[in-house]
Design a binder for this molecule. Structure first.
Ligand SMILES: Nc1ncnc2c1ncn2[C@@H]1O[C@H](COP(=O)(O)OP(=O)(O)OP(=O)(O)O)[C@@H](O)[C@H]1O
Ligand SMILES: [Mg+2]
Length: 254
């Protein structure tokens, strides 16, 4: 289970994000970037954040720690911006928090060099989970003290929006032509050799167990949250062995 904290103060909206994430302080005195359960993108975005973030971390990639944040909508009463107030009001209950990396800068592919090895691991991981949101326009990577951190895994695993078609959807290739690290000559073969064998049923069970039941309950076609957790694991297990052969758009780098 993820650590659970209680929001004590809404600090400010993080204006950069499409889903209007917010900055909050919690009862453990930590400061977190908050993704609201009431945001337009819905709770599946939060499930994707947990599954992919916790998986990436276990593969040795840097991901800020994730927590669940209990939010009392009363916190929104003093918020002057009606859009933010509405978001706070509609997000009572369990939300997602990530450790706020203060002082981190947005990654700029032209200003920071990433090794082919590290780029390969990130591109391979993004191919595995079908991340369509790590482009040079919107890299969703932060840089701090010379280290890359991965954030924002909400736009991954497109198959979870249509479970009956999940198997066919997960069999499709990954298009890396817009990937933020395309120009870093990513060594995806080396990454696959190291990482693919680590994607096991046990690892995926551990990862999907981190997702709170409340974001999984009531999904049509599934008897229980655990039933749905297994459905999240299956496409990832199926993709792991061969996905590096199905990454398109990396040829002709630089
Ligand atoms: N843990 C964090 N530490 C520091 N800054 C963060 C963190 N999480 C998010 N941010 C900042 O907030 C911005 C928006 O966050 P994020 O990308 O997760 O939201 P989003 O709404 O899904 O964005 P989009 O869909 O527009 O990419 C990031 O680009 C980054 O600048
Ligand atoms: Mg983002």
């Amino acid at each position: 289970m993820l650590k659970e904290v209680i929001a004590t103060r809404f600090i400010a909206p993080l204006r950069e994000g499409g889903s209007l994430p917010g900055l909050i302080e919690a009862d453990d005195l930590g400061v977190y970037a908050l993704k609201f359960t009431g945001a337009g993108q819905g709770r599946k975005t939060l499930v994707a954040e947990v599954v992919c973030g916790e998986l990436a971390r276990r593969l040795g990639l840097r991901v800020p720690r994730l927590v669940t944040v209990e939010l009392d909508p009363v916190l929104g009463l003093g918020e002057p911006d009606p859009e933010v107030q509405q978001l706070l009001k509609s997000s009572g209950g369990t939300n997602l928090g990530t450790d706020f990396l203060s002082g981190a800068l947005g990654f700029d592919p032209l200003a920071f060099e990433v090794s082919p090895e590290e780029a390969g691991r990130i591109v391979w991981f993004d191919a595995l989970v079908n991340n369509v949101d790590r482009s040079w326009r919107n890299p969703n990577m932060l840089l701090r003290s010379g280290e890359l951190w991965l954030i924002d895994h909400g736009a991954t695993m497109i198959w979870h929006h249509n479970w009956p078609g999940a198997e066919a959807s997960a069999a499709r290739p990954y298009d890396a032509s817009d990937h933020a690290l395309r120009g870093a000559a990513p060594d995806v073969a080396a990454a696959a050799a190291d990482l693919a064998p680590r994607i096991t049923e046990d690892l995926l069970a551990e990862v999907t167990a981190q997702v709170p039941d409340v974001w999984l309950a009531g999904e049509p076609g599934f008897d229980s949250p655990d039933d749905l957790r297994r459905a999240y694991a299956r496409p990832l297990l199926a993709r792991a062995a061969g996905i590096h052969h199905r990454i398109q758009g990396l040829e002709g780098d630089r």
